[in-house]
Design a protein around this ligand. Structure first.
Ligand code: NAP
Length: 214
């Protein structure tokens, strides 16, 4: 009897994470999704056979709720966006760091050893083309995505020869709730397009940094 491959997806209830959950479920994967709250999309996910873990990943207690298994694919996707520059009264950078950077660092430390033990698996990290060019008001967000890009590059080196593949998928602007309250560009990706790129990277065993543009 063959068992279905497994995928863990953070931020699986909306936007790019939800599109990835849908794509991998359609591709025969057993999906474990993580989100802070299980809203109506979360209910849809569990109805379609996925397991959904409610956890605030910005805190160590939330990380500890993520099932500690040897997944075939791990997609580190969850992040939040708020505008913020160096000189703004509110310090957006400190607000964004725990989820956009630390959660991924902690999850990698939690989940990668089991994949390395099996010498098998694929780590997908969702970056952003924001680290290539960005408007002024995105300083805080882009700095967290740069930190994640740096972590990814270091993980890539650490994982060499370990049997675990790693890919940084960097989409351009994508139509999700991240754009609530801002004017999205006319030329914008759909979450399903990004999810399809993630799927192709896993199917093709593609590694390194892949940018996804409209
Ligand atoms: P989104 O629509 O805002 O969805 C974010 C997801 O993360 C939701 O499922 C949300 O669940 C979850 N989440 C938020 N805070 C969490 C927390 N503290 N703990 C656990 N889960 C949490 O996001 P998106 O736009 O699809 O972005 C996904 C990824 O793509 C991010 O890494 C982002 O940086 C990247 N990206 C986005 C764009 C874009 O234009 N949208 C462009 C380039 C890269 P809850 O509802 O429970 O909070």
């Amino acid at each position: 009897m063959t068992t279905a491959p497994t995928v863990l997806i953070t931020g699986a209830t909306r936007g790019i994470g939800l599109a990835c959950a849908t794509r991998f479920a359609r591709g025969g994967y057993r999906v474990t999704g993580v989100a802070r709250t299980t809203g109506s999309d979360g209910e849809w996910l569990t109805a379609s056979g996925a397991a959904l873990i409610e956890a605030d990943l910005s805190a160590p207690e939330g990380i500890a709720k993520v099932p500690h298994r040897a997944y075939d694919v791990v997609i580190l996707n969850a992040a939040t966006y708020t505008p913020g520059g160096m000189l703004d009264a509110e310090d957006a950078f400190e607000d964004l760091l725990p989820l956009n950077v630390l959660a991924n660092h902690r999850l990698a430390r939690r989940l990668l050893p089991k994949m390395i033990e099996r010498k098998k698996g694929h780590l997908i990290v969702i970056g952003s083309t924001g680290t290539d060019s960005w408007p002024q008001h995105m300083t805080a967000y882009v700095a967290t995505k740069y930190a994640l890009r740096g972590l990814f590059r270091a993980w890539e080196i650490e994982l060499t020869g370990m049997g675990v593949l790693s890919t940084l998928i960097s989409p351009g602007a994508t139509l999700t709730s991240s754009w609530d309250g801002e004017k999205p560009p006319a030329d914008i990706l759909l979450p399903a397009t990004v999810a399809q790129a993630v799927w192709r990277a896993v199917e093709g065993g593609d590694t390194g940094r892949l940018t996804i543009l409209p």
